[in-house]
Design a protein around this ligand. Structure first.
Ligand code: RBF
Length: 341
């Protein structure tokens, strides 16, 4: 009798093993590769993506998440991703980068069963790829509006030159066509005479170069900064504290890094979106071949006003004016035309 029970048990184990192999992670399960195009630490969009996926896996025992950091050599990403998915062990590759759809499309031609979900990017018509584009023109518009209010103010570090600054790690279409023009348009809605000083670091890690650029821009009259620079942004933060200037920050709550200097932070609901994507993927409801635009109206971009870093350091009149503008943004009442990407 005991012998039969052991044989039946062995048979069951074997059978379940085969099934898992046949459907990658098995019926009702999900295996996800979170492909980080850079390194996670210091890059808000990546930190939130990885955190969301890991939180989802912790809440679902049938979901397995592997986070892979691709590093900064962009020329290697396609080959690297190709070898990562070649074994067929991932149901879904989850990433967040405007350059990923093109790479995924190339990898996908070699593995027609592989699916990709990419945020911070836009791609229509590829049946293996699903994308969500954050409306960064919108976030730039409201952060730029705040920068405009501050540079024209009588705040302690504001001067009379009406110069705001933008420090970028590298140039790419979403940055050059939406983020930087949106930031300047937002500021010019406060005062059309405002000028933008735009500088490029050349990579996503060199905080010293970012600090040098920031200091020379302060000398040239810039009193409010923004940056899209991943880990290198820490150099900009250091230099505004040393040199006396302000910054607005994209995507994440960074007030505590420099209270009184970082006076406005946007919020990207990337963690929420990552969890929603994985919930849909697990339920087999993810739509491929489509791209969705997600902004403030849709609840995926916002501004963090409920923080001492904003409340305690900005004059009341600026808070009132900005809060009213932000409210109009949330309600979709601010009209603008974002250029094509
Ligand atoms: N953003 C980061 O915060 N860290 C990075 O390492 C990083 N690398 C990028 C590499 C490429 C090729 C591109 C196109 C964008 C990169 N971004 C990075 C920008 C990021 O995807 C996003 O657009 C910005 O963070 C603005 O939300």
């Amino acid at each position: 009798m005991k012998k039969y029970v052991i044989i039946i048990l062995l048979f069951c184990v074997l059978l379940s093993g085969c099934r898992a192999k046949d459907s990658k992670s098995g019926e009702g399960a999900l295996s996800v590769l979170v492909y980080i195009t850079g390194v996670t630490a210091g890059s808000p969009t990546y930190e939130l993506l990885a955190a969301g996926a890991q939180e989802f896996a912790a809440e679902h025992s049938n979901v397995k998440v592997t986070v892979y950091e691709a590093g900064f050599n962009q020329a290697e990403w396609e080959e690297q991703l190709t070898s990562l998915v070649a074994g067929g062990e991932y149901d879904l590759v989850l990433g967040s980068n405007p350059s990923l759809p093109e790479i995924c499309a190339n990898v996908g031609t070699k593995f027609p069963g592989q699916k990709f979900a990419i945020t911070d990017a836009s791609c229509e018509g590829n049946p293996q790829i699903s994308t969500w584009l954050y409306n960064q023109y919108e976030q730039s518009l409201y952060l730029g509006y705040l920068a405009g209010l501050v540079t024209t103010s009588a705040m302690p570090h504001a001067n009379n030159s009406r110069r705001i600054g933008f420090i970028a790690a590298q140039e790419y279409p979403l940055l050059s066509r939406h983020i930087v023009p949106g930031f300047l348009e937002g500021a010019r809605r406060v005062d059309p005479r405002i000028e933008l000083d735009f500088r490029v670091i050349g990579n996503w890690i060199d905080a010293n170069k970012a600090a040098e650029l920031t200091s020379s821009m302060i000398t040239a009259g810039v009193d409010v900064f923004a940056s899209i620079a991943g880990g290198a942004a820490q150099g900009m933060i250091r230099a505004i504290k040393d040199g006396g200037a302000y910054a607005v920050f994209y995507n994440i709550n960074e007030y505590q890094a420099a209270p009184g200097f970082i006076i406005g932070c946007g919020l990207m609901q990337q963690k929420k979106l990552a969890k929603e994507i994985l919930a849909d993927a697990l339920a087999g409801k993810l739509q491929y071949g489509a791209s969705k635009l997600v902004g403030a109206k849709e609840g995926y971009l916002d501004f963090i006003a409920d923080d001492p870093g904003y409340r305690d350091y900005l004059p009341d009149d600026i808070q009132q004016e900005f809060n009213a503008f932000m409210n109009d943004i949330r309600l979709g009442r601010v009209e603008y035309t974002a250029p094509p990407l």
